[in-house]
Write a protein that binds this ligand. Sequence first.
Ligand code: ZN
Length: 511
Amino acid sequence: MMKSSISSYKKLMEKAKNLFILESAAAIVHWDMETKMPPKAIRLRSLQLAMLSRIGHKMSTDPEIGKFLEEIMRHPEYDRLDTVQKRNVYLIKKNYDEQTKLPEELVAETAKQQAITVDTWKKAKAAKDFSMFKPELEKLVDLRKKAAEILMEVKKTATPYDALIDIFEPKMTAEAISRVFAELREGLISLIRKCKTAPKQPDTSFLKRRVPIDTQRRFAESLTEFIGYDIKSKEAGGRLDETEHPFTTGYYDDVRITTHYYEDKFDSFIFSTLHEGGHAIYEQNLNPEWIFQPVGTGCSSGFHESQSRFVENIIGRSREFWIYFLPKLKELTGGILSDVDLDRFVHSVNHVKPSKIRIEADEVTYCLHIIIRFNLERDLFADKITVTELPQIWNQSYKEYLGVSIENDSEGVMQDTHWASGLYGYFPSYALGNIYSGQILAKMKKDLPDWRRQLSKGNFHSIKQWLAKNVHSYGDLYNPADLIKKIVGEEINVKPYLNYLYEKCSKLYDF
Ligand code: ZN
């Protein structure tokens, strides 16, 4: 393998590096806005973010990038570039083509409409009034349809909606997702029925006991330490802060997470800290040689979610995790949980209960919330349904899939920020992540047959090493369909995830 003698490649990578540096700066400004900023700074912070975004757009559509790409791809030595170099060229070209084909006017108008729609959404949600939200949502959907039609040409996808999915899950299609989700839906609905009718039901009332926030903070620190996400040492590359909605941001040596503490809902921070921690260790385990290169990022939104859900659910809601951690939690909380035994604790944090709100959903019902959203998006972008019809179909689906009645649109179609923010095509990646996590678990079990025993002794190290080697270190070297094949030896498959859930629930619910 040669390190390219194509001088344009070196110049192209220099441009990519500058863009990564700029974007990482924007991410920290955004993090500051969400966590530490004094209230009065909002105007300045917005100006800073808008300017960084403008500079970023200018840099990524710089005509010199197009010139370098052409020189590289036409170069007689192009074939001698190695796999990583070729992937870098591919990813830069993909981004450049997409960004330059979208008219600047459309990009600007969409950004403006997004801000208006989010603002209107907040008011309409508070007023429980969809009719207030509807006209602005219609405008935003129309703008995204226009973009999707342009992107469809550039990406050569079969439908406009596929072009949007591709932003988050490259090369995935609505047709493939529909197939996978149909099987997932069937499996989940039958599992929910089994849990519901099982004789053994958990008494979850202790989860409402008040645990002081300071105690929760201390426990959160021990969780980050456990998963090897360093927020304390002199070498630390992480931070844990507090926001209303937990998130992860950052790049390589500076990856930050947030969580939220509720005094009367102490399990909330446990799973959100583990979830964001799962995202963070993915970022930190990327190949260090690939920093500032397009390959040095996570593979897709779905893969990112597979890693956060793996740590949150497969690890954090396992019996073995709590064999190790429950005594520690009890000690830290004084007498608050002294009467709660391991069985009751583990069953309660795995309680299967259909609900109205996605972000409060348990592991088994969660994907049904996603499938409902995916069906609506797919049909909306195929012009089979209209924005006006969304609430009614939403409510019907919730009744049919989850057996719950939606009382008003704030707890229904207006509950998430995604559609107000113009994020269409994003929802499926949440469920795809869960499906990947099941396949990844099945493979890990073969390589690390005693992972559960190790976990019960407080050892997460070998699991983390396995994930780093088999998932994280690939970065964005492959598209998700190829990466899952590379890791587990087969295409996307719902069965391992359903088996994992079935096995867990049958033990907890005794069926
Ligand atoms: Zn996540």
